[in-house]
Ligand binder design. Structure first.
Ligand code: PGA
Length: 268
């Protein structure tokens, strides 16, 4: 694991502690929702209530459904957000979506560095740090995704990989932005969409490490920073995963396309 900079420790000393008590459950629709499915799902979710004292549930929908999400989910128990954004505020970036546009649709949460973005769109740590910083500066809450590949897990370097992914982004974030809204999702690449979940020991170990690294960058300690687990979470395994120490919620892909299943998980 890399050394944590004294800069980060300074930041820690200057921050206030704030307690997070709510479990955060996020549905990541990825590139799904066509042929009217988005409208159906949004209607189903908007009807479903859950204990908002204990849980916060959010749907991360494709950009093109944000307007629908905003109009259907407003006033419901469900929040909405985006799966990505551009790292620049505006300008000549054909085909891209800015943070300001996400704000126009009242998005609060935005994924940063999902492994599919790292893998298929070559997003590297410095680009992700720029996105992270911009989102914080604009008052949105970035959810930084980290996780090792199967090969990295098999060769035993998963902790180094995840620690580096965190350090590389966090060390580039200016201290005044180091967040009250700090969310990290641990998603082992080999568990995403494969039906193969990390076991509770693997999840517990990695979340403890992430917690330790994060607490060096901001004063929020232990339970105060929300750490999500993602990777083939479903109704059969969610309860065990959510019971693991340092797991404060989940990032759910496939199962969030089945509103009945997602609602069941949110209500656990
Ligand atoms: P999955 O996806 O639940 O389908 O494995 C999780 C994710 O990629 O966020």
């Amino acid at each position: 694991m890399q050394e944590i900079s004294s800069y980060a420790i300074e930041i820690k000393q200057n921050r206030e502690v704030k307690i997070v008590t709510k479990r955060l459950m996020m549905g990541n629709w990825k590139m799904n929702g066509q042929d009217g499915r988005a409208a159906e799902l949004l209607a189903e979710y908007s009807q479903a209530d859950y204990d908002q004292q204990k849980v916060e549930a959010v749907l991360l929908v494709p950009y093109v459904y944000l307007a629908q999400a905003q109009s259907v989910l407003r006033g419901s128990a469900w929040g909405w957000g985006a799966q990505n954004c551009n790292e620049q505020l505006s300008g000549a970036q054909t085909g891209e979506i800015s943070v300001g546009m996400l704000k126009d649709f009242d998005c609060q949460y935005v994924l940063v560095g999902h492994s599919e973005r790292r893998q298929y769109f070559s997003e590297n740590n410095s680009l992700l740090a720029a996105k992270y910083q911009l989102l914080l500066a604009q008052g949105l809450t970035p959810v930084l995704c980290v996780g090792e590949s199967l090969l990295q897990r098999q060769s035993g370097c998963q902790e180094d990989v995840v620690a580096e992914q965190l350090h590389e982004v966090l060390k580039q974030i200016s201290s005044e932005l180091l967040p009250d809204n700090f969310i990290v999702a641990y998603e082992p690449v080999w568990a995403i969409g494969t039906g193969q979940t990390a076991n509770v020991d693997q999840i517990g170990q990695m979340h403890a490490l992430i917690r330790e690294i994060l607490s060096a960058y901001c004063t929020r300690q232990g339970q105060e920073i929300r750490l999500l687990y993602g990777g083939s979470v479903n109704r059969a395994n969610a309860q065990d995963i959510l019971a693991v120490e340092n797991v404060d919620g989940s990032l759910i892909g496939g199962a969030s396309l089945d509103s009945g299943q997602m609602i069941e998980i949110v209500n656990l």
